[in-house]
Design a protein around this ligand. Structure first.
Ligand SMILES: C[S@@+](CC[C@H](N)C(=O)[O-])C[C@H]1O[C@@H](n2cnc3c(N)ncnc32)[C@H](O)[C@@H]1O
Length: 224
């Protein structure tokens, strides 16, 4: 069995396995090339009951990075049913416990109220350690990320591609030097990220990135 970086109870690991399995089953029935444009009403309607969770190996990498950089303030753009949020919250809670420091949170954002409710139910199953560090903001992230972010250590951009750059621009003034931003499906959905990557790759942007060889491509961006 492959090693996992997670420090978690068997119950939590089992919960995560089950959530990932549900997400994978749902996604396997989607025909991505034939879907309506991201951010259209039709697309949002179709996705209202879908997890579209970040793959398990990517979630584990994200958790590992958060433990490594001792991240305590994290922004998640796109929460859905809260699967990746569990990894973010576990890492933040463990970083806070390691330092004996009570200041920290995962700012989770979800536009669809029904998805946000399901996320809260999943976090309740994950336990109070997880629930206690999540600041859930329900609504359009272009509104909910305009206030009270603090100094941000890590951003998970797991959102429809047209929203990735607007989300990054809202968080950018709050990033600490060395902050990490992860973005999913950067090869598979590369056309959707053209504006984000033009911004990141521009001379003097303050960002550098590498595309990691995960399924569909996973970009790791560092704010220099
Ligand atoms: C790819 S899913 C997130 C998956 C989640 N990170 C996980 O791993 O479980 C993207 C989510 O972003 C949400 N979303 C779309 N537009 C949004 C907006 N304008 N503001 C906030 N959330 C939005 C969608 O409803 C969807 O649930």
């Amino acid at each position: 069995m492959a090693p996992t970086p997670l420090i978690a109870t068997p119950q939590l690991l089992e919960l995560l396995q089950g959530l990932h399995a549900q997400s994978t089953t749902q996604e396997s029935s989607l025909k991505w090339g034939t879907l309506p444009a991201q951010c259209s009403d039709e697309f949002d309607t179709l996705m209202r009951d879908k997890f579209i969770a970040l793959d398990q190996d990517k979630c584990e990498l994200v958790y590992h990075l958060l433990r490594s950089i001792n991240a305590k303030t994290v922004v998640e753009a796109g929460t859905s049913f809260g699967v990746s949020t569990i990894y973010l919250a576990l890492a933040v809670a463990q970083n806070l416990a390691r330092d004996g420091d009570g200041q920290g949170r995962v700012i989770a954002t979800e536009k669809e109220p029904s998805k946000a409710s399901q996320a809260q139910a999943n976090w309740a199953r994950a336990g109070s350690e997880i629930e206690g560090v999540i600041d859930l903001r329900v609504g359009d992230l272009r509104d909910t990320l305009t206030r009270d972010l603090g100094v941000v250590d890590f951003v998970l951009l797991d959102i429809w591609t047209p929203l990735a750059l607007p989300a990054l621009k809202l968080v950018q003034p709050h990033l600490r030097r060395g902050a990490i931003i992860m973005t999913d499906n950067t090869l598979k959905a590369g056309a959707g990220y053209e504006d984000l990557f033009a911004y990141i790759d521009a001379e003097g942007s303050g960002f550098r990135r590498i595309t990691l060889p995960y399924e569909g491509g996973l970009d790791m961006i560092v704010y220099q």
